[in-house]
Design a protein. Structure first.
Length: 224
């Protein structure tokens, strides 16, 4: 009696969703919002259009979800350094660690391509730009401000406006490397100066907002 051929396992919904979002993101980065079509997404993801619409309401929902997924992946990379910053007993060291990881999280090829694409299309497709801003720069700075407020309550920082301080720290870290990466794509993989930018950002930030308690804790940690 011949053996019954085994059917391959059916893809799980999460795997299907990820394949759709991967295809959407790559097409969006290549062709922009207007050039992102569900026929090509379905072909690249090896699914039907009906499957796409079982997961997403429309193209706006699909592109927004692809953008947000990329942001979430980058945020997950930096979670450990952010958690260490909030619980810090050596603020200077943990700020340096955070700053260096922040550059890794942001100065990566797909993030830079996405920023260029969104900026190029912001007037035609403002909803995509708004979703990006709220989920990436705004959310990151609000989280950092909350961490700074907790560090201030512990006597390690001194500031009148934690959100302003978070915005300043963010741009002390990113401004030079990100501008270079945005306008000269060939430099995206060059991280040779990232540590210097990160460490200098921390020096300036602590000169403005650090306290004597933070410095004494650093000396204590160095002597352990």
């Amino acid at each position: 009696m011949p053996e019954t051929a085994k059917r391959p396992p059916r893809p799980q919904p999460d795997d299907v969703r990820r394949a759709i979002l991967d295809a959407t993101l790559q097409i969006y980065l290549e062709k922009g919002y207007a050039g992102t079509g569900t026929d090509e997404i379905a072909a690249r993801a090896s699914v039907s259009k009906q499957t796409i619409y079982r997961h997403f309401a429309d193209k706006d929902d699909l592109v927004r979800a692809a953008v947000l997924r990329l942001i979430a992946d980058a945020e997950a990379q930096g979670a450990e350094s952010f958690d260490a910053l909030e619980a810090s007993d050596d603020l200077e060291a943990d700020l340096r660690r955070f700053a260096r990881q922040h550059l890794v999280d942001v100065i990566q090829p797909d993030i830079m391509r996405l920023r260029r694409r969104i900026i190029a299309e912001v007037e035609r497709f403002p909803d995509v730009a708004k979703a990006w801003y709220e989920a990436a720069p705004q959310r990151a700075q609000e989280k950092l401000a909350a961490a700074f407020a907790r560090l201030q309550a512990r006597g390690l920082l001194r500031m009148a406006d934690p959100l302003l301080a978070a915005e300043q720290f963010n741009w002390l870290i990113l401004s030079g490397p990100m501008n270079r990466a945005m306008f000269d794509p060939g430099t995206v993989g060059d991280d040779s100066r990232h540590a210097a930018y990160a460490d200098a950002a921390v020096d300036v930030f602590l000169a403005a907002y650090g306290t004597a308690a933070a410095r004494s804790r650093r000396r204590g940690a160095a002597g352990d």
